[in-house]
Design a protein around this ligand. Sequence first.
Ligand code: ADP
Length: 521
Amino acid sequence: MKKLVALTLASLMLLAGCSSTPKNDGNEATPTPEAAATEADVIVVGAGGAGMTAAIEAVNAGKSVIVIEKAAMTGGNTTRSTGGMNAANTPEQDKNDFAEDAGVEKMLASAKENYPDLAELTATVEKQYEEYKANPTGYFDTEELFMLDTLVGGKNLNDHALVEVLANEAKNGIEWLKTIDANLSQVGSFGGASVKRIHKPVNDEGKTVAVGSYLVPKLTKAAEDKGVQFVMETAATELVVTDGKVTGVKAGDTTYTGKAVILATGGFAANTEMVLKYKPSYEGFVCTNAPGMTGDGIVMATAIGADTVDMEQIQIHPTVSQETSALITEGLRGDGAILVNSEGKRFFDEVGTRDAVSAAEVAQPGGFAWLIVDNKMVEASSVIAGYIKQGLTVEGADVEALAAAMGVDGAALVETMDKWNACVEAGKDEEFGRTSFANKLDEGPYYAIKVAPGVHHTMGGLKINTNTEVLDASGNAIPGLYAAGEVTGGVHGANRLGGNAVADIIVFGRIAGQQAAAYAN
Ligand code: ADP
């Protein structure tokens, strides 16, 4: 009976995205010997996506692992991720018909015009695209096009070696996720990607579900099943260095000792002081992050000589509800939603990069926009149903009623919607150059969400090499110290593409776990 209760509790906690080994609150029996351990081969700091992925891979390589997490639940910002994971050249993509010629051609033209330094990569992609057009089999995407999109999106500030690893390994990450029962089976369009590349989970009814709340319980369960020890509600404060090697972390009075340490503490978007230090212009912006994203890993590692990169590259996301700081996924725009201003008019290519869409939005009267979807979109996505349930939407049975609910001019919105639906039909948007259209917005009821930019992702962070070793100012690896996920910098350059954060945590989380385990031998 006792066991049954424990199991039920564990599964309930799992559903809530929690670890089933919470901190002893003093009301429980003596902790198990495992729960009291302070020594393991590998110590991971942070139980978000990158940390748990690293922990699982270190155990897969035969190592004992302790994960220290400052929150009461696993998941960090990863839990809040709604979109999906970018990966190129996957069997999931091949299930789609290729109709993204305009997207590829636009990217090739933009790369040629704006990024002569990327000429070689651009020529490779062009050749691949021509070969595909001569013999179209499957869906067209390549690791090189994924790289090109990421570099152009990141204004070519990215670390090319890290981007190459991201692009080459993401498809293996999609396969690896299947080993922990996570299947990102549906592929869609997303901002900054030339083709359908973002891989999303769907529920039993075939509706898209948010990727973070789908992955986190699965990562947590896999880590627990494999014997990873979670130490919850415990904030690491300092790295321990012995003879020039990182050999553990301190969390208050307790020292956790290991042969290697992996920092996976996420970014610093929730640390207003740190954000404003690098971007004073973001004063007053809301933040989409969980409160724990305060840059602790960056502080701890720089204190022992680690280098950082691109710290001033902080992303604002264009579709954030200002009242609740809730992020409205870019997937809605990828799946056909449009943005209109307070005059009921479209003003930009909705699937442009986040920095560009945010800037366009800020330039509108009042600095905000309305994101519009129709009933067909609602029926295909449990994510939108969630927004409706949370009270984030206004609605109308037809476009005029929606306009009244939004407080915008009815005739103007009707004209905008008619014009947009004609663009979808023609597959061409002459006014703003959007190239992905999905379906017409023509079935009531219609819904709109009021959005404006919010601080979302910190692209900068600890400098790492392709083995996820943390580097010092001279470019040397700090022995025993690894980092993965948003705590690191260089992968995303000046602007992170939607779908690349999950790719980052899975790809580099895996590498960190494998490398730290090899180092711990
Ligand atoms: P990523 O996407 O890179 O995996 P997340 O934001 O998902 O990053 O997760 C980072 C995790 O690290 C969060 O769960 C956060 O609470 C945790 N964390 C941050 N700072 C500390 C710290 N000092 N000690 C322990 N855990 C931390």
